[in-house]
Design a protein around this ligand. Sequence first.
Ligand SMILES: *Cc1c(COP(=O)(O)O)cnc(C)c1O
Length: 232
Amino acid sequence: MNHLKQNLNNVRSRISSACESAGRNPGEVALLAVSKKHSGELVRELHRLGQPCFGENYVREALEKMKQLAREELEWHFIGPLQSNKTREVAENFHWVQSVDRLKIARRLSDQRPDGKPPLNICIQVNIDLEPQKAGAMPDNVKELADAARSMPNLRLRGLMAIPRAASAQHDPADSYQRMQRLLRQLNEDGLQLDTLSMGMSADLEAAIMHGSTMVRIGTDLFGPRPVNVET
Ligand SMILES: *Cc1c(COP(=O)(O)O)cnc(C)c1O
């Protein structure tokens, strides 16, 4: 027996309290369950407890779970680094891609989205702390990428996503979240109509909600620690 139900209740109540502290309506913050490295069976259980949306980082692993869960109505979000040679499978199988960080990837996703499917929801991933080895568009390049993505027929640009630098004595992720909030506001003042700010993980969803997150991505606090020995 696992503690999924209790974990889900705990995370939901953390979201509600954070919204209350921030003077926001809890309905404004969606929960994305990050299921990477966890089994399809756990995804099924959490779905049956009322969780509709799941995030995956690895294409092959995600496709296996989708096949296993084909009869459930799940909403799948791709949140991992995306190489060009994997865009087709992602465009064909996911509902959202939150890790778009360059023009080439956006263009391929739009071109490869199958006819008959609704536009693919996307977020631009922002390298908000300018970390050299991290994925994400640099903040100064986001506007140009957003304008380009917005004009692509099979994409629907929904907003921004970020994974800030880890918390330390030198860095408070709340600062990164605040910069993300300003960036989204600026884009909306420039006429984009973006409704999604995907930020906040198990350790810091409260700070993210304080700074305008509309979607927290939670793995560990829902499913427990990720198994280390799973091939991906
Ligand atoms: C793994 C992952 C998460 C979940 O992190 P936890 O700390 O386990 O909640 C969220 N977002 C992204 C992009 C991830 O890769």
